[in-house]
Ligand binder design. Structure first.
Ligand code: GDP
Length: 365
């Protein structure tokens, strides 16, 4: 199962435009059997220059990049938590994703109606955040009510945790620092919290959608950047419309158009880099049967878990992982030489996979 990022925001802020731009660019690369799998779900390959270089050395025929799923979640408006605009349905979609890209409108365009009547990024963010927090509060309320009926020492302790969380949300501290919270909990409590799928605990970054001519200077940006910094959140500045318009061109042409506007990388790459960072992900590679594949893993995960990503049999019958790091392979330039130099290591199931590891799993079932 891959990782997913939900694109959220008020109507008419450019969510679908950005989603289309990202998925259209990936659709052109024909060896990807994924991309838009449903109108609002796109599986986007993660471009990685390392794949080309490994392919040259290991001489595989082709390669398969790893992917991230993007979901265009429409329909969040004021009152969503009360079911306004199919709000509950969309809120439940947000619960399913691993992380959130919150699109904020920073472009003026009178013909594109703003549901709140004017362009005001901070107000917009707060409208959305209020809906998200209210819907989390509802979930917490229900859980607390249930738990209050159970009377064991551990349930009492967990009840206090939930009450504290609720208090934070109620007093407007919507950015609950998950790491800090989890540092105080045991494994069972952590998994109980995870099961609640609270949106306030999900990692999030902002996408500022600006007009192409305002990429470098936009009157709304300073405030947004300041706001995001206070929340320790990142902002990716994108011109959704421009990115969508250029999808009809080849990659090199797209880049030169973007460069003219002072934009160095395509939205797809900048969003994926941010998504990777936000979700704390790494990429490892496998080359079994001369098929080069990239896979995504949470940083810190062990070899046994990585094996399970590929096949449950590999996890069950795990014996060892044979590992060489990308940098080492590139340095010596050949598999054989790397073997002669002892650069392939044998690692056990508890080995923490590193970004750039090239791994061969030995297993027996
Ligand atoms: P959504 O409701 O958030 O999914 O918004 P859409 O992506 O459907 O965009 C709403 C309208 O805004 C469309 O007419 C877009 O062409 C326009 N739009 C989206 N992004 C931009 C942008 O970066 N600049 C300008 N000028 N218009 C945009």
């Amino acid at each position: 199962m891959g990782f997913s990022i939900g694109i959220i925001g008020l109507p008419n802020v450019g969510k679908t435009t950005i989603f289309n731009a990202i998925t259209a660019v990936c659709a052109e690369a024909s060896n990807y059997p994924f991309c838009t799998i449903e109108p609002n779900i796109g599986v986007v390959p993660v471009r990685d220059d390392r794949l080309d270089r490994i392919k040259e050395i290991i001489k595989t025929e082709s390669y398969l990049p790893t992917t991230i799923k993007f979901i265009d979640i429409a329909g969040l408006v004021r009152g969503a938590n009360k079911g306004e605009g199919l709000g509950n349905k969309f809120l439940s979609h947000i619960r399913e994703v691993d992380g959130i890209a919150h699109v904020v409108r920073c472009f003026d365009l009178p013909e594109v109606v703003h549901v709140e009547g004017s362009v005001d990024p901070i107000r917009d963010i707060e409208v959305i955040k209020t809906e998200l927090v209210l819907s989390d509060i509802e979930i917490l309320d229900k859980r607390i009510e249930k738990l209050a009926k159970v009377n064991t020492p551990s349930s009492k302790k967990f009840l206090e945790v939930l009450k504290k969380l609720l208090e934070n949300l109620n007093t407007g501290i919507s950015i609950v620092e998950k790491d800090k919270l989890f540092a105080t909990l045991n494994d069972d409590e952590k998994s109980q919290i995870e099961e609640l799928n609270l949106i306030s605990l999900k990692p999030m970054f902002y996408i500022a959608n600006v007009s192409e001519t305002e990429f470098k200077e936009n009157k709304y940006l300073p405030k947004l950047l300041e706001y995001a910094e206070k929340e320790s959140k990142d902002v990716v500045i994108i011109s959704g419309k421009l990115e969508e318009e250029i999808t009809q061109f080849e990659e090199s042409e797209r880049l030169s158009i973007l460069n003219e506007y002072g934009i160095e990388k395509e939205a797809i790459d900048r969003i994926i880099i941010k998504g990777y960072k936000m979700l704390d992900l790494i990429t490892f590679f496998t080359t079994a049967r001369r098929e080069l594949k990239a896979w995504t893993l949470k940083r810190g995960e062990k070899a046994i878990k990585a094996a399970g990503k590929i096949h449950t049999d590999m996890e069950r019958g795990f014996i060892r992982a044979e590992v060489i790091h990308y940098d080492d392979l590139i340095k010596v330039g050949s598999e054989l030489k790397a073997r002669e130099m002892g650069l392939y290591r044998l690692e056990g199931k508890d080995y923490e996979i590193q970004d750039g590891d090239i791994v061969y799993f030995r297993f027996k079932v």
